[in-house]
Design a protein around this ligand. Structure first.
Ligand code: PLP
Length: 234
């Protein structure tokens, strides 16, 4: 997995992050408040090290197994401390994987059903979560339907989880369709008094920022194409 040293990569990631912040600003966002999550799925552990060294300690992974493997490798490489990253789990997660990653995950971004929320609450009491919403009902993506969001949010709260906001993957297609979907997420979050809106990726972050994203999740635009498997259902 590690054929690319982190060192030379740091400057590249730093410069790409600056480009992304310019895009955020051009879309009407405040690059000082819209957070940039570095998505390292399908990238070697050096991507995590490079992100942290470039000032992006919030790192997202889609697969529990890959997160675990990278965390182990980073720990071994650093003599125990890890790279200083804060892991966000952003992909579909099976209940039986929750226990293993629970000690590592800083924010669970893909909670979309109460059975999963219950397992997270059991293994990581009080954990920070985002409820993932699937605005257009794309089958390959996770997320609950908009009409289920309130019940999932309330259920998470009843379980003692710290619901910070909503997460969504934008639809494929023209920018105005993306904007409509992101606007819906924003309205849902506002209706429930939720501050965090994690939406927007490499190709659609402008639409998300224009509609009020507080966090964008960017992989390809920071690290280049993914080597490993990284289907996102998009
Ligand atoms: C892969 C992934 C991203 C990043 O996608 P890019 O197009 O590489 O920026 C963001 N969010 C989720 C949920 C993903 O799975």
């Amino acid at each position: 997995m590690s054929d690319r040293p982190a060192g030379p990569w740091v400057e590249e990631v730093r410069s790409r992050a600056a480009d992304i912040r310019s895009r955020i600003e051009a879309a009407g966002g405040d690059p000082g408040t819209v957070r940039l999550l570095a998505v390292t799925k399908g990238q070697p552990v050096e991507a995590v090290e490079a992100a942290v060294a470039a000032g992006l300690p919030e790192v997202g992974e889609s697969y529990a197994q890959e997160l675990l493997a990278k965390a182990d490798e980073l720990e071994a490489r650093s003599g125990g401390a890890g790279a200083g990253q804060r892991w966000h789990l952003i992909g579909r997660v099976q209940r039986n994987k929750v226990r293993q990653v629970a000690p590592l995950v800083h924010l669970w971004q893909s909670v979309d059903r109460l059975s999963l929320a219950g397992e997270v609450a059991r293994r990581a009491p009080g954990a920070g979560v985002l409820v993932q919403v699937n605005v257009i009902g794309a089958a390959q993506q996770g997320g609950c339907r908009p009409e289920q969001v309130a019940a999932v949010v309330d259920g998470c709260r009843d379980l003692g989880l710290d619901v910070r906001g909503l997460m969504a993957i934008g639809p494929l297609g023209p920018a105005d369709a993306s904007r409509a979907a992101f606007r819906r997420v924003r309205e849902l979050a506002d209706a429930m008094g939720l501050a965090e809106r994690s939406m927007g990726m490499s190709t659609d972050l402008e639409a998300a920022v224009a509609e009020g994203a507080t966090m964008v999740r960017v992989g390809t635009a920071l690290f280049g194409p993914r080597a490993g498997p990284g289907p996102v259902g998009k």
